[in-house]
Design a protein around this ligand. Structure first.
Ligand SMILES: NC(=O)c1ccc[n+]([C@@H]2O[C@H](COP(=O)([O-])OP(=O)(O)OC[C@H]3O[C@@H](n4cnc5c(N)ncnc54)[C@H](O)[C@@H]3O)[C@@H](O)[C@H]2O)c1
Length: 327
């Protein structure tokens, strides 16, 4: 297939590209404004060539990944990027709750307007498959497990903007027949997450930098942590599913406290000779207390199942960070 991956230089995008490259037979184009991910990040997974928006070559399998440096909010960049594409995996976003609270309008511009513009370019070009990276954030404060039938009650601008993205995906399916699928990712961790401020990456980076761990609140808040390769498998399946207008929770179904993750990481790091000191900071606004997902719908309709345990995933992630430090 011919893929457009928006935000393809980021954590999830780069790992998706690595997977598609390993599988073979795919042509890949990336649209990224390099605000977070970089050409060097893309280089770690695939050879690439950079193209101007006015001269985008045809997509051909096994050629280097095509990188278009541009912004999803720019309709001209979106129109250039979607040419000749079979499926769009839309990852580019203002990510995370805290940045969205700092600037709700920027969050909205990127995650709502940017998403509508990519959808619109897809419609104009006749691209029929579209996978949106959503999150648990649209659901907000809920009694878990969260699932697709729960009434969304976002508690952050990020939750609201991802919810709007989901709604537009549904609308583009209803009005224009685009096969849109929105995947609500759990907390993704794994190799390649050096740019991330999410829990696992942050704790490993702090430990390797000799800094004290900052855990917000008392650490009893829970999340559903999903290993990157399980997530990538779900994205690849969603890109091929014969349905549209659907939302899927993509997580593990396990409720894990922040303290449990910290304990397991401490053990892994100590095994590698890295010592850890721990401290707590006040809980942050907009973050939910409990969160884990019922993944029954993804199991049934995508035929998907996560296969990595938290222990094995954390061990691989620590190893990857240590390899990066060594190199
Ligand atoms: N990582 C997680 O735990 C997680 C959880 C839930 C949802 N998500 C969603 O998954 C997607 C990918 O997340 P990630 O962890 O890979 O993030 P990331 O920040 O590592 O990657 C995002 C990429 O998008 C690019 N980008 C940002 N704004 C852009 C714009 N306006 N135009 C073009 N490119 C732009 C950045 O340069 C970056 O390379 C996001 O939509 C995020 O909201 C991630």
């Amino acid at each position: 297939m011919n893929w457009l991956i928006t935000g393809g230089c980021g954590f999830i995008g780069a790992r998706l590209i690595a997977r598609l490259r390993a599988e073979g037979g795919h042509a890949i184009r990336v649209l990224d404004n390099l605000s977070v991910g970089s050409r060097a990040d893309l280089d770690t997974v695939a050879e690439h060539t950079v193209h101007g928006l006015d001269r985008v070559p045809e997509l051909t399998p096994e050629q280097p990944v095509q990188l278009l440096v541009g912004d999803i909010r720019d309709p001209a960049a979106d129109r250039a990027a979607v040419q000749g594409v079979d499926v769009i995996v839309h990852l580019a976003a203002n990510t995370g709750v805290i940045p969205s609270i700092e600037s709700p309008d920027f969050d909205c511009e990127t995650n709502v307007l940017g998403t509508v513009r990519v959808l619109e370019a897809a419609r104009e070009a006749g691209v029929t498959r579209f996978v949106l990276a959503s999150s648990g954030a649209p659901l907000g404060e809920q009694t878990p497990p969260i699932h697709e039938e729960k009434l969304p009650k976002p508690v952050s601008p990020y939750g609201a903007s991802k919810l709007a993205g989901e709604a537009y995906c549904r609308v583009y399916h209803a009005c224009f027949g685009t096969r849109t699928v929105a995947l609500r990712f759990g907390n993704v961790y794994g190799p390649g997450s050096a740019n991330k401020g999410s829990l696992v990456a942050k704790l490993i980076k702090q430990a390797l930098g000799g800094e004290r761990w900052t855990i917000y609140g008392d650490g009893t808040q829970t999340r559903d942590f999903i290993y990157i390769d399980d997530l990538i498998d779900a994205i690849v399946r969603a890109a091929q599913v014969q349905t549209g207008g659907e939302i899927f929770q993509i997580a593990t179904g396990a409720e894990t406290t922040v303290n449990e993750v910290a304990d397991q990481l401490e053990t892994q790091l100590q095994l590698q000779g890295v010592s850890v000191s721990r401290g707590n900071e006040p809980a942050r606004t907009g973050e939910v207390l409990r969160n884990y997902a019922d993944i029954g719908k993804a199991r049934e309709m995508l035929g998907w199942e996560p296969s990595h345990t938290l222990a094995s995933g954390l061990a691989r992630t620590v190893e990857w960070f240590l390899e990066q430090r060594a190199s």
